[in-house]
Design a protein around this ligand. Structure first.
Ligand SMILES: Cc1cc2nc3c(=O)[nH]c(=O)nc-3n(C[C@H](O)[C@H](O)[C@H](O)COP(=O)(O)OP(=O)(O)OC[C@H]3O[C@@H](n4cnc5c(N)ncnc54)[C@H](O)[C@@H]3O)c2cc1C
Length: 501
């Protein structure tokens, strides 16, 4: 699904003009992660006059942080302080270290671990997801915890524990060759560890790449010293008191001081299920982000919306925007109808962006056309998949030069240029009579926050002359962070004496 949230210009018009129709309400948000914190912020920004009382409850004890950036903390490229998320504490009652244990739907109250009850008019579940740890022998201790030497990678606590253990370790096995496992592997290799990645499927990131792309990515990982094993299933973690290796289905044992499981996520649905809400894989929501109880909403990784696979930041933040719009403006018609899902690998020296449908079957699928450039020796692989002249999927591995352009085309679903190969290499566009759509390579600079080149030029003209000043005004660079270099390059090109737009 390639839809975008349906928020018309009218939906976002001046809230003051409608103040008379607003209903004061108590909004309780469960989960102070990426989605919950953003929702609290979006409501505070829209709620001029403070009519909506927001309470944000988070089980983790730390200040809310940017989970996506944990990869950079593990790699030593960012400090914990750098990834703290802004929370509007003047407008929002924030209670950290406060787990919600139950929901009383009749009395409209949540019950917290300290025994308290908090009433709500609207409840939002933003409880995220838990790491999926496969039932491999030797992973858990008798009390159900992870055995010493075995780690998940989801929370700041996981990241701290893993980083501390890595300082005293030499060899690590990462189980799972999806995005998270590959980012963790690159980060740990950057810390000087010998890293082996085990992946059950025949190629890395098999849900996002095709076979050839996955193989070239594996070779690129080999180049940076990481041992990648595909078609390899971990059947047991070996060791007496603590893990000392992983045994494969082939019988081979790979020695390890640390074993990291990055095998996917399971939406955190227990609270919703206990309250009798409809739960399948996640908490089922409609386009208004309502659960089966219209007083209760769910957003982010815990929610299951029919148009998306989930598990990505973009959709969590888009959902937060739509729901904030609806909560603060009873006349809003904003709907969440899906997000264009784009995956970008955040790993030093390895550029990869993948989106949409990348694996049409050439034998049975006549409607899809693929344009492929493959250079295994150069570790470069580029693929575009088109349907009805529109870009429905792409892989760009090995260089980043047209990823902005390709992502933009994918996001907008507009007709592709008549000669699509101009999307593969920047140089091919220059000097061509490209009568295709008018695309600027830098039109969308920060995809996580929907910041365009025009937004940056406007704020630059209004006085925001640094990456930090633009971040504070536009939130650019505060999501996955991969656009910060593009923001810096853009402002370096702008004239210092630019008149106000
Ligand atoms: C290392 C890492 C890197 C990632 N990189 C990317 C990336 O590059 N791009 C991308 O799109 N996505 C990425 N993701 C995924 C992204 O982080 C998630 O999609 C996003 O965090 C979802 O936000 P959320 O608020 O739904 O869940 P979370 O951020 O997990 O927040 C949920 C919060 O709810 C709290 N909670 C749960 N139950 C309760 C309860 N009963 N009471 C109170 N609090 C509760 C949890 O403690 C947690 O703090 C990455 C994830 C990880 C772990």
């Amino acid at each position: 699904m390639n839809g975008r949230p349906n928020m018309s210009a009218a939906d976002t018009s001046a809230p003051q003009a409608r103040a008379a129709r607003w209903t004061p309400q108590r909004v309780v948000i469960v989960g102070a992660g990426m989605a919950g914190t953003r929702l609290a912020d979006e409501i505070a920004q829209r709620d001029v006059g403070g009519r909506v009382a927001v309470t944000l409850l988070g089980a983790e004890p730390h200040r809310p942080y940017n989970r996506v950036q944990l990869t950079n903390v593990l790699a030593g490229a960012a400090a914990e302080e750098d990834i703290v998320l802004p929370v509007p504490e003047d407008e929002v009652a924030v209670r950290l270290g406060t787990a919600v244990l139950g929901i009383d739907r009749e009395r409209r109250q949540v019950r917290t671990a300290d025994g308290g009850g908090i009433g709500y008019d609207t409840l939002v579940l933003a409880t995220g997801a838990d790491p999926l740890i496969p039932p491999v022998g030797g992973v858990r201790t008798a009390d159900g915890g992870l055995r010493p030497g075995v780690f998940a990678f989801r929370t700041l606590a996981d990241c701290r524990a893993l980083a501390a253990a890595a300082d005293a370790a030499r060899r690590v096995v990462v189980v799972g060759g999806g995005v998270l496992g590959l980012e963790a592997a690159r980060g740990l290799a950057g810390r000087g560890l010998d890293v082996c990645v085990l992946h059950m499927a025949p190629w890395l990131m098999e849900a996002r790449l095709d076979a050839e792309g996955g193989k070239i990515l594996g070779a690129a990982y080999g180049d940076v010293g990481i041992d990648v094993r595909v078609n390899a299933t971990a059947v047991e973690v070996s060791g007496a008191d603590r893990a000392d290796g992983v045994i494969l289905d082939s019988g081979e044992r790979i020695p390890a001081d640390l074993v990291v499981f990055a095998c996917g996520i399971r939406p955190s649905t227990a609270l919703a299920a206990d309250a009798g809400l409809r739960v399948e894989r996640g908490i089922v929501v409609d386009d208004e982000l309502r659960t089966s109880d219209p007083r209760i909403h769910a957003i982010g990784d815990c929610a299951q919306h029919p148009a998306i696979a989930g598990g990505l930041l973009d959709s969590a933040w888009e959902q937060a925007r739509v729901l904030a719009e609806r909560i603060t403006d009873p006349e809003s018609t904003a709907l969440y109808t899906g997000s264009a899902e784009v995956t970008r690998l955040k790993a030093a020296d390895l550029d990869l962006v993948a989106m949409g449908e990348v694996n049409p079957d050439p034998d049975t699928d006549d409607d899809a056309a693929s344009v492929v450039f493959s250079d295994a020796r150069g570790r470069t692989y580029k693929k575009l998949v088109l349907r009805d002249e529109r870009l429905v999927g792409a892989i760009l591995l090995g260089d980043d030069e047209t990823s902005g352009l390709v992502t933009q085309l994918f996001d907008r679903g507009t007709v592709a240029p008549p000669d699509p190969k101009v999307l593969l290499f920047r140089g091919l566009r220059q000097g061509t009579d490209d009568s295709g759509p008018d695309l600027r390579e830098d039109a969308t600079v920060c995809r996580c926050n929907g910041v365009t080149r025009e937004d940056i030029v406007r704020e630059f003209a209004a006085g925001a002359r640094t990456v930090e000043a633009l971040r504070d005004r536009l939130r650019s660079g505060t999501g996955c962070g991969t656009c910060r270099g593009r923001v810096a390059a853009l402002i370096a090109d702008l004239p210092a004496d630019m008149p106000a737009a």
